[in-house]
Design a protein around this ligand. Structure first.
Ligand SMILES: [Zn+2]
Length: 426
């Protein structure tokens, strides 16, 4: 797996311009078949959609004969296939369009979060092959049992896909907090109580020597990668994905590139002092933004400790659905808790707009689930806090990926190895 610690390993499975992960679609050698050229063609098909050999030759600058050989090799590898006929111009023979295939391989993303472990497997086209979420008290369990459960989840998923003839090319773990990408270490994740946990080494050891390569990245950043695939299809390359869970973090995509910062801490907006609250935060300080807009303060305000919506052994989506039911029934306590959340969101969203001037802010996680009770208030509150007219042209949208975004981003990152070096990785 090739990653660039300064920039970002990037990937996109949607047509359109490259998003957070991909390198430029330039040939590495114009006269011979090289791994670089295989990747160039594969990334062009990913980013721009199906096209004929002739068009690929024109767009990459590679000779037509070279393109035909490259396509032949990619077909042999099972990564592309011939699709429908594509006519270029009014006259002449239509060429067969070549498109991404890759149904026999997958990338796996597995998310470790406060209330759950989740896994998702995507094929090379970004289609979901498998998906599962387990309610787990991650903070209460400690790292070793959680890594045991994570390994079991991955092993079962890999085995089930193997029975369908699908091979995993990589696994990316998503975790909250500060991540050392190179060492595969969760340096500090206050919400799950992890400090200096060698998660990649731990998972590799449990998966055994035949397991695919394992990576680790911050959950908000992976969520942003997944959202950038959705957004790039609509021509949006500057966006912020605001994850909503117990922790609240921002994944920032600027001009198609993921912003990590020097140490991978970029986007920790949940620990900024953006509220009048003096409540203690898991990080040891007081008044952090997530003490108002995080999942825990919402649930604590909405229900008593023995209420099922606060029971971490119950699936989070079920609990939020229950909460929505109460709001719809007019339950005053629930509505007051939602109102506090909606009011609290404005300052942070406005800060992101003032600081980054993105085209889009995507509200993910519990913000997305509860969006019907939040979006109008936030959209109304934010413009007056933003210096630029019309909020600088920024729109606020609810994520359509919900709690799967981070795991999806992980699966996309795992698949990026194939796009960078198809012959080696597939
Ligand atoms: Zn904090």
């Amino acid at each position: 797996m090739k990653t660039d610690p300064q920039g970002t390993p990037g990937t996109s499975s949607a047509p359109g311009r490259n998003t957070a992960l991909a390198g430029p679609a330039k040939p590495s050698n114009r006269s011979s078949i090289r791994p670089g050229n295989l990747g160039t063609v594969l990334r062009l098909l990913r980013d721009s959609g199906p096209r004929s050999r002739a068009r690929i030759a024109t767009e990459t600058g590679l000779p037509k004969a070279t393109v035909s050989s490259l396509i032949g090799e990619l077909v042999e590898l099972g990564l592309v296939r011939e699709g429908a006929a594509e006519r270029e111009g009014a006259i002449g023979r239509p060429g067969l369009a070549v498109e991404i295939d890759g149904r026999a391989i997958c990338g796996i993303g597995v998310e470790i979060n406060v209330d759950y472990l989740s896994v998702i497997a995507l094929d090379l086209r970004g289609e979901v092959l498998a998906e599962r979420r387990l309610a787990v008290d991650v903070r209460g369990s400690g790292p070793e049992p959680v890594l045991d459960s994570t390994a079991q989840l991955v092993t079962e998923t890999v085995a089930a896909l193997g029975k369908r003839g699908i091979r995993a090319v990589g696994v990316t773990m998503a975790a909250p907090g500060a991540i050392d990408l190179q060492r595969g270490v969760v340096e500090f994740a206050s919400n799950i109580g992890w400090r200096d946990v060698a998660a990649v080494t731990g998972l590799r050891r449990r998966l055994g020597p035949d397991a695919p390569p394992v990576l680790l990245e911050n959950d908000a950043k992976l969520g942003a990668i997944a959202e950038s695939v959705v957004a790039s299809a609509a021509g949006t390359y500057d966006l912020v994905c605001l994850t909503g869970e117990t922790g609240v973090g921002a994944g920032i995509i600027a001009n198609g590139q993921l912003l990590r910062g020097i140490g991978g801490f970029a986007g920790e907006i949940g620990h900024m002092d953006l509220t009048r609250s003096d409540d203690p935060c898991s990080c040891g300080r007081r008044g952090c933004w997530e003490t108002v807009v995080g999942l825990a303060p919402l649930l604590n305000a909405a229900a008593d400790p023995d209420d099922p919506v606060r029971d971490p052994s119950v699936d989070l989506e079920q609990r939020l659905t229950q909460l929505i039911g109460r709001a719809e029934a007019g339950d005053q306590r629930t509505l007051a808790a939602l109102d506090r959340l909606a009011t609290g969101l404005g300052p942070g969203v406005a800060l992101l707009m003032n600081l980054l001037n993105p085209r889009l802010i995507v509200l993910g996680g519990h913000f997305a689930h509860l969006g019907g009770y939040l979006i109008d208030r936030v959209t109304r509150d934010v413009p007056e806090r933003v210096l630029a007219p019309d909020a600088g042209g920024c729109e606020i949208a609810l994520s359509t990926l919900g709690f799967t975004a981070a795991a999806r981003g992980g699966a996309l990152l795992a698949l990026d190895a194939v796009y960078q070096d198809p012959a080696e990785s597939s």
